[in-house]
Design a protein around this ligand. Structure first.
Ligand SMILES: Cc1cc2nc3c(=O)[nH]c(=O)nc-3n(C[C@H](O)[C@H](O)[C@H](O)COP(=O)(O)OP(=O)(O)OC[C@H]3O[C@@H](n4cnc5c(N)ncnc54)[C@H](O)[C@@H]3O)c2cc1C
Length: 285
């Protein structure tokens, strides 16, 4: 349980970090909170020769809400997401989700950037970002580019981020209306057996004007459920449309047998969690 040897680098700015990544090449990795990377290094599943620590880059640690525009710096910790009052007003689903990640010790160190960049299908923030239709800002040797969260995840631990790029910020629009992040897990502090992020907006006449549904840990990547979302929006939210939306979302999932249970159990848990999460979001809309 001891990591391999590595050289430690602490850049003070994003350009400096990008330059280090370019110079050191394949043998270098950035480290944020270290709560996914260090366990992997202790198991020797990752043995980077150079670690580029982002902790000293103050420009990556900020939460900015301006009108409906929300921007969160990559090095913002999960604990800071939970305690931000402006974020609670702009997007309360962030606090609800962050509170269900691991335990306080992990949340004090784990960052939003590390959680979404890692590509671990068990992480909770990627599906949330897809539900919010967030944009990720990537900074590399050729400058900045933007990638939609719904297009970022390619397979487990494979994303649209180039090895030489750093994820610097996530951006999304403030979301009024009903929200819920529901998570089935074996015990406190565990990754999801199945989890769902749901946003629903209700108009004065009771119809659904916006719906967005995404799922965690039910496939190699987070899943944005476009058909289920469209269905709730076009048919309104009632017992029949919820059942139809859940059935549609279940067609997308590809759970596998593991120590969280057999695939069939996960299918069962996912359908229940998604049903309850839609119901809760609608009751708050
Ligand atoms: C016991 C335990 C339980 C956990 N339970 C959960 C859970 O229930 N839900 C959940 O979502 N997470 C869980 N986690 C993971 C935790 O939230 C991690 O902190 C998070 O996934 C990674 O964030 P980090 O800042 O620690 O990143 P790190 O571990 O430092 O990095 C993770 C990976 O992302 C890369 N990376 C980091 N930041 C950037 C960046 N800005 N740009 C480009 N690449 C970057 C690193 O190179 C590395 O490959 C758990 C962790 C532990 C130890």
């Amino acid at each position: 349980m001891i990591t391999g040897n590595f050289e430690y680098h602490q850049p003070g700015s994003v350009p400096e970090a990008v330059a280090l990544l370019s110079d050191l090449g394949d043998e270098a990795r950035v480290i944020a909170g270290g709560h996914s990377l260090i366990p992997t290094m202790k198991l020797r599943l990752a043995m980077p020769e150079h670690l580029i620590d982002l902790q000293g880059i103050s420009e990556l640690k900020n939460i900015a809400v301006s009108g409906s525009d929300v921007r969160i710096g990559a090095m913002t910790t999960q604990a800071e997401l939970i305690t931000s009052e402006q974020l609670l007003k702009a997007a309360p689903i962030i606090r609800e989700t962050a509170l269900q990640i691991a335990d306080p010790q992990v949340r004090y160190m784990g960052t939003i950037g590390g959680n979404v960049a890692n590509g671990d299908p068990g992480n909770d923030m990627p599906a949330l970002m897809q539900c919010l239709d967030a944009t990720f800002v990537l900074q590399g040797p050729d400058g900045e580019r933007l990638v939609q969260a719904r297009e970022f995840y390619e397979a487990a631990y494979f994303t649209a981020r180039d090895d030489l790029e750093i994820l610097t910020e996530v951006r999304f629009s403030a979301c009024a209306g009903g929200f819920s992040y529901g998570k089935q897990k074996r015990k406190i502090g565990d990754y999801a057996t199945a989890a769902a992020a749901v946003l629903l907006t209700k108009s004065a006449d009771g119809s659904c004007t916006h719906a967005s549904v995404a799922l965690t840990n039910l496939a190699d990547t987070p899943l944005y459920c476009a058909d289920a979302s469209a269905l709730l929006q076009s048919k309104g939210v009632n017992d029949a449309s919820i059942a139809e939306a859940v059935e549609s979302a279940m067609e997308q999932i590809e759970p596998v047998d593991d120590n969280r249970g057999p695939a069939e159990f996960k299918r069962h848990a996912a359908a229940i969690i998604l049903t309850r999460t839609i119901q809760e979001a609608w009751s708050r809309a």
